[in-house]
Design a protein around this ligand. Structure first.
Ligand SMILES: Cc1cc2nc3c(=O)[nH]c(=O)nc-3n(C[C@H](O)[C@H](O)[C@H](O)COP(=O)(O)OP(=O)(O)OC[C@H]3O[C@@H](n4cnc5c(N)ncnc54)[C@H](O)[C@@H]3O)c2cc1C
Length: 449
């Protein structure tokens, strides 16, 4: 164990693993620090049941490390017969189910195989910085407090913890300071898949189990306070992951509020299982196999970067000369309070792109204003609230993570003195392309700086 690195990545969710693998594969002495005991972030820690779309219906927009992880998961994995077949989705790439127990060792292997050092059970608690340069991060684990130094740092905590500790500016929530509701995703076991699939085909049931949900609502038997089931994926034979249930008035940066939220979410689970047993053929005998273990957090800090991606950019299908990733998922804002649900569903529906369309994510969104050796990736990059509700999807987080790790490696190659904001984005885009990331040829596009 050393205490000096080229690159330190804080947080081992989708953006963190991609950032760490990219930095290490590009020759950097890299450390990834994760407060839990495994990688995956919301995919494993919160049991989110499926990877959101990688494609815009015709093109893989992610490629690179994100696609590699997906392909590893598919190897020898359960072939789910339950896909929500729609013309804008590519089966096997969009909405691929995540069995968290399969994903964990895959990520262990890919991260360690890249040469990256791993520090689990350890939280980043403080930073030592001077004039926009972070010198070291303080971590806390069973070994007590410790300072670790690096030339470059990448904040992939999902909450922008490291950037905020370093004094970067950030925004949070809507005009009232409210964020999207959280969800305690869970796994149900004991499903008769054949019977379930007969029902799905017969009734035209979809990934939201909307047919069963509407029936239960008419009977007054849908779980109290819920408007819909967000998603279900068959992850293994007889086993499904469900994104179901909302905890409102959530304050993800306040552990007192989070403690109440976790217990409230757990209290609601029996009612959800009961609904599945009563209304979904094939699930009559299903049981709760596991939940969380952590309440799923959709939104917290948005770090202010050199550019803030906006809803207008989404509408314009904006491209940028320094775009380091592309994405196309609609604006998927979950209500902060139940009254907002209908409005948000309309926004989601109205914001859907046509097949083949996408927007670019500029490199500047990853670099916090005034910071010299810090990048941010994942759901806390610089975006307005509506855009965050699109870029927060895991496939996009892989892409911004890979870009941040590759950018830090370019800085290390220059000896570590290069400010991340000064990275040659033409070269970065070239490197990303070489690593099979989808980078549009935007020389002649209407992209703007
Ligand atoms: C309920 C729910 C449903 C969703 N549904 C989907 C879906 O169907 N498909 C999809 O693709 N996306 C979905 N998302 C979105 C997606 O899961 C997240 O936005 C995405 O995982 C964010 O990735 P990230 O790397 O930015 O952060 P996270 O996944 O949040 O990972 C952050 C990691 O950092 C660690 N960490 C945090 N703070 C510290 C610290 N101080 N020190 C050390 N480690 C730290 C955490 O333990 C965690 O492992 C959903 C999200 C939620 C909550």
């Amino acid at each position: 164990m050393q205490n000096q690195y080229d690159v330190i990545v804080a947080g081992g969710g989708p953006s963190g693993v991609a950032a760490a693998i990219a930095a290490a594969r590009n020759g950097c002495n890299t450390l990834i620090i994760e407060q839990e005991a495994y990688f995956g972030g919301m995919a494993t820690l919160a049991c989110v049941p499926a990877f959101g779309p990688y494609t815009n219906g015709v093109q893989d927009l992610i490629g690179g490390i994100g696609r590699e992880i997906l392909e590893e998961l598919k190897k020898g994995g359960y072939e789910s017969p339950f896909y929500d077949r729609k013309p804008d989705r590519m089966e096997g790439i969009d909405w691929y189910p995540i069995d968290p127990e399969r994903l964990k060792p895959i990520l262990d292997h890919l991260v360690t195989d890249s040469g990256c050092e791993v520090l689990f059970h350890t939280a980043v608690t403080d930073v030592k910085s001077h004039d926009g340069t972070i010198e070291a991060v303080q971590v806390f684990g069973k070994g007590g407090f410790q300072w670790l130094e690096a030339k470059y740092f990448i904040d992939c905590t999902g909450d922008g913890d490291l950037a905020a500790m370093a004094g970067a500016s950030w925004e949070y929530g809507d005009a009232q300071g409210r964020v999207q509701a959280g969800t305690l995703c869970f796994r149900a076991a004991g499903i008769d898949v054949e019977r379930f699939m007969d029902y799905v085909r017969r009734e035209g049931e979809n990934g939201n189990l909307s047919v069963a949900s509407e029936k239960a609502k008419r009977d007054g038997r849908f779980p109290a306070g819920e408007t819909k089931l967000c998603g279900m994926a068959l992850q293994a034979d007889g086993m499904a992951g469900l994104n179901f249930g909302h905890v409102y008035d959530l304050k993800p940066l306040d552990p007192w509020n989070l403690s109440q939220a976790e217990m409230e979410a757990r209290r609601k689970l029996p009612e959800m299982i009961q609904f599945l047993r009563e209304y979904v053929p094939g699930m009559e005998h299903c049981v709760l196999a596991s939940s969380g273990p952590y309440l799923g957090i959709r939104e917290s800090r948005r770090i202010k970067g050199g550019y803030t991606l906006t809803k207008e950019d989404y509408r314009n299908r904006a491209d940028f000369p320094d775009a380091i990733a592309y994405y196309s998922y609609p604006i998927d804002l979950h209500a902060a309070v139940p009254e907002e649900s209908r409005e948000n569903e309309e926004l989601y529906r109205d914001s859907k792109y046509k097949n083949g369309e996408c927007y670019g994510i500029p490199y500047r969104c990853l670099i916090p204003e005034g910071m010299k050796n810090l990048a941010v990736a994942g759901r806390s990059i610089s975006a307005d609230r509506a855009m965050m509700a699109s870029v927060r999807i895991m496939s996009a987080c892989f892409a911004t993570g890979q870009a941040a790790g590759t950018a830090a490696a370019l800085g290390v190659k220059e000896g570590g003195a290069l400010e991340l904001g000064d990275v040659d984005t033409g070269l970065l885009r070239k490197r990303l392309r070489e690593q099979k990331v989808y980078i549009m040829n935007n020389q002649s596009s209407p992209g703007r700086m």
